[in-house]
Design a protein around this ligand. Structure first.
Ligand SMILES: [Zn+2]
Length: 100
Protein backbone atom coordinates (compact mmCIF):
# COMPACT_ATOMS: atom_id res chain seq x y z
CA UNK A 1 0.00 0.00 0.00
CA UNK A 2 1.59 3.26 -1.08
CA UNK A 3 2.26 5.76 1.62
CA UNK A 4 0.67 9.18 1.38
CA UNK A 5 2.92 11.91 0.17
CA UNK A 6 3.28 14.20 3.08
CA UNK A 7 4.52 17.74 2.80
CA UNK A 8 3.21 18.21 -0.71
CA UNK A 9 0.24 20.35 -0.02
CA UNK A 10 -1.56 21.02 -3.29
CA UNK A 11 -2.68 24.46 -2.18
CA UNK A 12 0.87 25.53 -1.41
CA UNK A 13 1.54 25.80 -5.12
CA UNK A 14 -1.17 28.37 -5.68
CA UNK A 15 0.67 31.32 -4.25
CA UNK A 16 3.28 31.67 -7.03
CA UNK A 17 0.36 32.22 -9.41
CA UNK A 18 -0.40 35.63 -7.99
CA UNK A 19 1.34 37.32 -10.90
CA UNK A 20 -0.63 35.24 -13.35
CA UNK A 21 -3.75 36.08 -11.46
CA UNK A 22 -3.02 39.74 -11.86
CA UNK A 23 -2.37 39.26 -15.57
CA UNK A 24 -5.79 37.69 -15.96
CA UNK A 25 -7.52 40.63 -14.41
CA UNK A 26 -7.73 39.30 -10.89
CA UNK A 27 -9.66 36.11 -11.58
CA UNK A 28 -8.54 32.71 -10.41
CA UNK A 29 -10.02 29.26 -10.13
CA UNK A 30 -10.79 27.83 -6.72
CA UNK A 31 -11.53 24.17 -6.22
CA UNK A 32 -14.10 23.81 -3.48
CA UNK A 33 -16.20 21.00 -2.09
CA UNK A 34 -19.03 22.41 -4.19
CA UNK A 35 -17.14 22.45 -7.48
CA UNK A 36 -14.71 24.65 -9.36
CA UNK A 37 -15.30 28.37 -9.15
CA UNK A 38 -13.86 31.29 -11.02
CA UNK A 39 -13.24 34.00 -8.44
CA UNK A 40 -12.54 37.59 -9.28
CA UNK A 41 -11.53 40.18 -6.74
CA UNK A 42 -13.41 43.46 -6.87
CA UNK A 43 -11.48 46.38 -5.45
CA UNK A 44 -13.14 49.09 -3.46
CA UNK A 45 -12.74 51.54 -6.35
CA UNK A 46 -14.61 49.18 -8.67
CA UNK A 47 -17.43 48.41 -6.27
CA UNK A 48 -19.90 50.99 -7.44
CA UNK A 49 -23.10 49.16 -6.62
CA UNK A 50 -24.59 47.43 -3.62
CA UNK A 51 -24.91 43.66 -3.80
CA UNK A 52 -26.54 41.04 -1.63
CA UNK A 53 -24.05 38.53 -0.28
CA UNK A 54 -25.43 34.98 -0.52
CA UNK A 55 -23.27 33.92 2.42
CA UNK A 56 -24.73 36.13 5.12
CA UNK A 57 -27.64 37.71 3.20
CA UNK A 58 -26.34 41.14 4.12
CA UNK A 59 -25.70 43.95 1.72
CA UNK A 60 -22.23 44.64 0.40
CA UNK A 61 -22.22 48.45 0.33
CA UNK A 62 -20.68 50.35 -2.59
CA UNK A 63 -17.01 51.04 -2.06
CA UNK A 64 -16.40 47.76 -0.26
CA UNK A 65 -13.72 45.45 -1.64
CA UNK A 66 -15.26 42.02 -2.14
CA UNK A 67 -15.22 39.24 -4.71
CA UNK A 68 -17.42 37.80 -7.39
CA UNK A 69 -17.61 34.09 -8.12
CA UNK A 70 -19.22 31.88 -10.71
CA UNK A 71 -19.13 28.19 -11.48
CA UNK A 72 -16.41 27.15 -13.88
CA UNK A 73 -18.32 24.06 -15.02
CA UNK A 74 -21.78 25.52 -15.42
CA UNK A 75 -24.27 23.20 -17.11
CA UNK A 76 -25.23 25.86 -19.63
CA UNK A 77 -21.72 27.03 -20.45
CA UNK A 78 -19.45 29.85 -19.42
CA UNK A 79 -21.75 32.65 -20.51
CA UNK A 80 -24.57 31.35 -18.35
CA UNK A 81 -22.12 30.87 -15.51
CA UNK A 82 -21.05 34.50 -15.67
CA UNK A 83 -24.70 35.49 -15.81
CA UNK A 84 -25.22 33.55 -12.58
CA UNK A 85 -22.29 35.15 -10.80
CA UNK A 86 -22.63 36.15 -7.20
CA UNK A 87 -20.97 38.86 -5.19
CA UNK A 88 -19.62 37.80 -1.81
CA UNK A 89 -17.97 39.38 1.17
CA UNK A 90 -14.42 38.11 1.06
CA UNK A 91 -14.76 36.51 4.49
CA UNK A 92 -18.12 34.91 3.68
CA UNK A 93 -16.67 33.30 0.57
CA UNK A 94 -13.77 31.84 2.52
CA UNK A 95 -16.06 30.39 5.15
CA UNK A 96 -18.88 29.27 2.91
CA UNK A 97 -18.03 25.60 3.30
CA UNK A 98 -18.32 25.68 7.06
CA UNK A 99 -21.69 27.38 7.05
CA UNK A 100 -23.66 24.33 5.96
ZN1 LIG B 1 -21.49 38.20 3.52
Amino acid sequence: MPSRRRGRRPWASEHPELDLERARGGSRVEHGPDGDWVVRTVGAANATKAYLCPGCRQEIPPGTAHLVAWQQDHLLGPEAAVGDRRHWHTGCWRHRGSRR
